[in-house]
Design a protein. Structure first.
Length: 684
């Protein structure tokens, strides 16, 4: 209770104070003073309050000095309401992907000893995580400078005191994820015939794509696509697309937009009887974090769990991390790299649907589970650049990448536990290259729907691969198709649909006996076959019509013949070098013109008669063919640049000079070399 003191009360106190009391005639109202100072909680006031000091301003300086205080009264504050908390189970959902607790707090204003619903002023979500002893606390963020339309802030740290709550002093990472509501867009995209997932339909089909227009440009970008559906065998005019609100529920935890595509040819707004219908949902749960994010510890990983959209790169390089799971992350606008994680066993981003750069999973010594994107049928994880999976020695399969569709290139290298890699059915066309190399157990490729590669295809040093299995639908390689140093490769049959190749290189495959299997190859920029020690025959390309550069066979120890090229009409050069048992070049018999004919060091070759139709050359070079006795080129009429016949010990020199005289049209000083042939033989 407050006690009020007036001027008269002060005067009376002074009146009875003894012989030293001042004369009452000198006392005036202005001499009585009061001073108030804060009183901290303590002996006089349990919860603090004010100390009211009173007395007479004897020196009349206008202030009540400490020595002038004659009475002190205390005005105490009442007890404050207590802060109370309560915890409730939080299910899997928008606040906690893996579930957890909703920790509510507020003032117990009615002093009933508990926190009532109306008294809750703050809710923190303490979420379960995939990392032991690391806690995540999620708190809503009101609209403001950090998040213009609100969002949430995630705090993560080690539970140092083991009480199951994340205190402020335990926080070591903070991540803001801001809400970005946006209008929903949709579109129908035409799929060409025989394109996955309508690869069984010669009419092709349609892809329904829908997503939130996050950048506000009224165009649905690939990074904004949230959901897809397919309609095989239909045209755009067959479908009508409708948008409608979707309330919170099993399809969208916080609500969103329902997008329906229905077959409505008569345009009455109703689904045709027995017609096609598909529905996708775009949920309003986009939480965006700006900037590149580096996971260097388990705490960094946990703090990112509330983010659905990352505007930047994601780099996971944490030597102690054993399980990297981000169940909510859907979009990474930059590249995604998981590299050098020495302890990592599992890497899982099941909601991922777009990566704006590369996906690189490299040098993770213990990684045995890799899952990016959903395993749902026909789902796609768009990768704007390349997929790189290299040097993961414990990774057994790529089946967790079934949704991945990279635009540029794919590189698989030195994943030495991988035997049967699963299927990557979304990979149909690569703008870049495909590299599969340095595997100990891999016996096939996972690219069952791959039809075109605009760059190179390199399959090298795969110790268990009997053939390029998994490439049965490959029809075109614009760069080089290289099969090199595959220890047990013995067949090319999986390439039966290949029709065109920039270059074909078969090099150092010790078990390859022939080139049978290239049944539809009609065009090759060049063909180079070298160092296949068991190769007996080359050719076997019944549809091959054109080689714009050279067809060369070099250093194949058992090669006897180049044959079965019945439609070959055009080639620039034929080169045979160091094939000790080669006797037949029958496959080149259709040719009438070449730029270069070169035969070097073919010890068993006796004649070039298989090229009897040849009429014109720029360069003829025959060197070191120990059994060659005759040219066998009766139709040859012109050699325009170079005529070299050297070190063919059984070829009469006189035949060489006679042919030179009849066909050579070049400079005899710089363009002719006839030497070390059989000078003793005579010619008719």
């Amino acid at each position: 209770m407050r006690r009020m003191w007036g001027t008269w009360g002060v005067a009376m106190a002074l009146l009875v104070s003894g012989c030293d009391a001042i004369d009452l005639s000198d006392i005036t109202q202005r001499d009585a003073k009061t001073r108030v100072r804060p009183e901290p909680p303590g002996e006089h006031c349990e919860f603090g309050g004010d100390a009211v000091l009173t007395g007479l301003d004897k020196d009349r300086d206008g202030e009540l000095d400490d020595a002038e205080v004659t009475a002190t009264d205390y005005v105490c504050d009442p007890a404050l309401p207590q802060v109370r908390t309560r915890a409730r189970a939080e299910p899997h959902g928008a606040h906690c992907a893996l579930g957890g607790q909703a920790v509510q707090s507020g003032l117990d204003r009615n002093a009933n000893g508990q926190l009532d619903d109306a008294e809750v002023s703050l809710t923190d979500y303490v979420c379960a995580t995939t990392v032991a002893n690391v806690l995540l606390r999620v708190r809503p963020v009101l609209p403001g400078e950090k998040c213009p339309v609100g969002g949430q802030v995630s705090h993560a740290g080690h539970d140092a005191n083991g009480n199951g709550l994340l205190e402020d002093e335990e926080i070591s990472q903070e991540v803001y994820a801001c809400n970005e509501p946006a209008p929903v867009l949709s579109r129908l995209r035409v799929l060409p015939a025989f394109t996955a997932p309508c690869d069984g339909d010669d009419r092709g089909g349609l892809m329904l794509e829908a997503g939130a227009d996050l950048d506000g440009d009224a165009v649905l970008a690939t990074s904004e696509i949230h959901a897809t559906a397919y309609a095989c065998g239909l045209e755009a005019s067959d479908l009508k697309v409708y948008h409608d609100g979707e309330p919170p529920g099993p399809n969208c935890a916080q609500g969103g937009t329902r997008v329906d595509a229905i077959q409505d040819r008569d345009r009455d707004g109703e689904l045709d009887a027995g017609g096609f219908a598909a529905t996708v949902y775009v949920c309003q749960a986009t939480r965006v974090h700006d900037g590149t994010y580096v996971v260097a510890s388990p705490v960094d990983l946990v703090a990112l769990e509330g983010v659905t959209h990352l505007r930047g790169e994601l780099i996971i390089s944490a030597p102690t991390l054993t399980d990297a799971s981000l169940p909510s992350l859907a979009v990474i606008e930059g590249s995604f790299t998981a590299k050098g994680n020495a302890s990592l066993r599992r890497l899982s981003l099941p909601s991922l649907r777009f990566v704006g750069g590369n996906v690189e999973v490299r040098s993770n010594a213990r990684l045995d589970t890799l899952a990016l994107g959903t395993t749902a049928s026909k789902a796609i994880l768009w990768v704007e650049r390349s997929l790189i999976v290299e040097d993961n020695p414990m990774l057994p399969t790529l089946e967790g990448l079934a949704a991945v569709m990279p635009r540029d290139s794919i590189s698989l290298r030195a994943n030495n536990a991988m035997e049967r890699p699963g299927l990557l059915p979304q990979v149909t066309v690569l703008q870049g290259s495909l590299v599969i190399e340095d595997h100990l157990r891999l016996d096939r490729t996972p690219f069952v729907n791959l039809s075109q590669v605009h760059g190179d295809v390199r399959i090298t040093n795969n110790a268990a691969m009997l053939g390029p299995f998994g490439l049965e639908n490959l029809t075109r390689v614009e760069g080089t198709l290289e099969l090199r140093e595959n220890t047990v490769m013995e067949t090319l049959l999986p390439l039966a649909r290949l029709g065109s190749v920039g270059a074909l290189e078969l090099i150092g495959n010790p078990q390859l006996k022939d080139t049978t299997g290239l049944e539809r190859l009609s065009y090759a920029g060049r063909i180079h076959i070298q160092g296949n020690k068991e190769l007996v025959s080359a050719g076997d390309m019944p549809m091959l019509e054109q080689i714009t550069q050279d067809f060369s066979v070099k250093y194949n120890a058992k090669l006897q013949r180049v044959h079965h090229l019945p439609l070959l009409r055009s080639a620039s050069a034929v080169v045979t070098v160091g094939n000790p048992v080669l006797t037949s070049l029958e496959g080149f018999s259709p040719l009438t013109r070449l730029t270069t004919l070169e035969a070097l060091g073919n010890a068993a070759l006796t004649s070039l008669g298989d090229l009897a139709r040849l009429r014109e050359l720029e360069v003829l070079s025959l060197q070191g063919n120990g059994a060659l006795t005759d040219f066998g080129l009766p139709e040859l009429a012109r050699v325009s640049l170079s005529f070299v016949v050297v070190d063919n010990h059984k070829l009469p020199t006189c035949r060489a000079t006679a042919l030179l005289a009849s066909v050579f049209k070049g400079d005899p000083v710089t363009g002719v070399n006839i030497d070390a042939n059989d000078d003793t033989a005579t010619c008719p």
